[in-house]
Design a protein around this ligand. Sequence first.
Ligand SMILES: [Zn+2]
Length: 325
Amino acid sequence: MAQPEREHVSGRPVLAVDIGGTKMAAGVLAADGTTAVDRRLPTPPGVGADAETLWSVLVGLVRDVLDAAGRPRLAGVGVGCGGPMTWPAGAVSPVNIPGWRGFPLRARLAAEFPGLPVRVHNDAVCLALAEHWRGAARGHSHALGMVVSTGVGGGLVLGGRVVDGATGNAGHIGHIVVDPAGPICPCGNRGCLEIVASGPAVARWAAGQGWRPPPGTAGSARDVAAAALAGDPLAAAAFGRAGRMLGQGIAMAVTLVDVSVVTIGGGLAQAGDLLFGPLHTSYAQFARFRYARAARVVPAALGASGGLVGAAALILAGDRYWNAD
Ligand SMILES: [Zn+2]
């Protein structure tokens, strides 16, 4: 059953920000979640990008997008950022942005926008919220939203509301173990979903099995997908393995939390049946109960705009998606 929609009533637009290791995006989104203006920039990489350099790039991007939108009166500022972070305080230490360690992102933005609500959540949670609010999980009260790209992340909506957990970290499905004998994950475990089923994991496994990228390509997961579609059995096997691991992990999660839909976005999901075929087969094998078998595992609907839509939803549908001060 769909939850009754209780949308933000002011009708004012929202400034949405999506910060990841490779890009920063900002947009002004109308109260219905449609994008009025958006802009994106590469995130200044690695060494040399100290905390204040990163901040000034972000502030410039935000000013640019607000100018382009005609400096509207805003309802608030919603932000999705790579984790980990302290939540709800929003001091961020994104794994892929070494210049920010304990950076007080929420507090700094609040100082830029006095009097407005500023809310910061994990970027994978924002993607899950976007799919629930305006994407492939719309109308479902219970949903798991996942992203499978450079990493594997997720967010949970149960009873129509986001599940934050005790520390804002609920939904970290990328670090459940699906292969205890598998490769070591940066988190310290062996065989986490992220280290066996992310884009880089697919490319690494294929290379480890002797697959050689066609001349002129980098051997990324996208190249592996192209080779698989062209009939390369080793490349197809790399996606088969990732799909099976995802199906196993998702079946375990759905057995625990009893959602009716699981959405999968991110670059690897673009591989379509190469990934979803073995994923669905494995899911059916590991989901032992009727309620879990009934859940649908589907591609996300929103694509690259999902991060901004989910960040905006923290403000625009805030009483469902934001449970903190
Ligand atoms: Zn891990």
